[in-house]
Design a binder for this molecule. Structure first.
Ligand code: KG4
Ligand code: ZN
Length: 365
């Protein structure tokens, strides 16, 4: 019998409040019927980072508005849903709790089943939502809060090959921008400056490249940038436009080279399993960086794998990915009751060692 499932998804684990409706008939391509995202950038801009209490309060105020907008845009009501999916972690605990409480309320009022979703699984399953690819595929999550290599084997089966031991790359871009007086979010500002710069003028380290494995580290780059900036200021009494561009270009080049070498290693581990249709996918805001994306694509294609980067609106935090990950779990019979709890940490791969860094956006796994 043909089975069509329609799922409402809620996301509130960091600084985006989001709701979406996703529908899928059997294993046909899924359809995003609506995807509403309310960002909180301006609420946090004065503080130089996400303030958890402000984020949680804003989520509580915005969630029901988002849900109504998502249902209205889809032209549907709660009665048309088969389940409610919600991010239950990892993330900033106040925000995750806001989402879980809202979803529980909707579930209790409507009688719809409740499905808790791991936020990282939402990102990692996005290439199946956009490109309907088959398991197993290799996934690189690179954002302001996450950085890890995963082999996705099923909706709830992931093998973590490595990840950052401190900052996520997006955080490093944001800090770099702050140190150079460039606007936030830092990634796009640094990328624009870097275009006019000489990447070879300043020497930046290539962290952890001398060690085996796929772990990464980005906090040293920011320290290097601070030291190099201060040297220039000491020498010239200030930063010229060209100094700033050269610093950005050198920093970005270090990120590109580190990511490309670690990705090569992750691909080797993945390809050793002889996947029938090899795919390397990326997700996360940093994947918007042209230099990074282009280099990752080259590395993937050289290995004989297909390269997939979902559109940016689905790479960054959104609720369509949560609705879809919930739909995948629901189809396999998963159900969570009122005992569903919010989890600040929730590694996708329970067998891998925990990640050390916490970061500005809360726990990374
Ligand atoms: O995935 P995302 O929207 O949010 C989470 O971190 O979960 O990613 C945002 C991060 C920010 O740190 C931002 O500076 C970075 O992605 N980013 C970029 C670029 N665009 C956004 N980093 C480098 N280059 C870019 N073009
Ligand atoms: Zn995210």
């Amino acid at each position: 019998m043909v089975q069509t499932l329609t799922v409402l998804g809620l996301e509130s684990s960091c600084d985006d409040t989001a709701a979406a409706v996703v529908r899928q008939t059997d294993f046909e391509p899924a359809e995003i019927l609506s995807s509403i995202v309310h960002g909180q950038t301006e609420l946090h801009s004065a503080f130089g980072g996400v303030v958890p209490e402000i984020a949680a309060r804003a989520h509580t105020e915005k969630l029901d508005i988002c849900v109504k907008q998502a249902l209205d845009t889809a032209g549907l009501s709660l009665r048309d849903m088969d389940a409610i999916a919600v991010t239950a972690g990892p993330g900033l605990i106040g925000g995750v709790m806001s989402g879980v409480m809202c979803a529980k309320g909707l579930s209790a009022a409507s009688g719809l089943p409740l499905i808790g979703v791991n936020h990282l699984a939402g990102h990692a399953l996005t290439p199946r939502l956009t490109d309907k690819i088959a398991f197993p595929y290799l996934m690189l999550l690179v954002s302001g809060g996450h950085c890890q290599y995963l082999i996705a084997r099923g909706p709830e089966e992931f093998t973590r090959l490595g990840g950052t031991i401190d900052d996520a790359p997006g955080e490093a871009f944001d800090k770099t921008a702050r140190l150079l007086g460039l606007p936030q979010p830092g990634g796009p500002s640094v990328e624009v400056e870097a275009r006019a710069g000489n990447p070879n003028r300043f020497h930046f380290p290539r962290p952890l490249l001398d060690r085996p494995g796929c772990d990464l580290s980005f906090s040293g780059l920011k320290t290097a940038l601070l030291r190099l900036r201060d040297l220039v200021v000491l020498e010239k009494g200030g930063l010229m436009r060209s100094d700033r561009a050269d610093l950005c270009a050198g920093f970005q080049q270090a990120v590109v080279e580190t990511l490309s070498e670690k990705t090569r290693r992750a691909i080797a581990l993945y390809m050793a399993e002889s996947p029938p249709e090899p795919v390397i996918a990326v997700a996360g805001g940093v994947a918007a960086n042209f230099a990074i994306r282009a280099r990752l694509e080259t590395v993937a294609v050289e290995s004989g794998a297909k390269f997939i980067a979902p559109p940016l609106s689905l790479c960054t935090d959104n609720a369509a990915m949560i609705a879809f990950a919930g739909l995948e779990r629901f189809r396999r019979g998963a159900r969570d009751g009122m005992e569903l709890s919010a989890r600040p940490r929730w590694p996708l791969d329970q067998n891998s060692p925990s990640i050390l860094g916490g970061g500005k956006k809360g726990a990374k796994a």
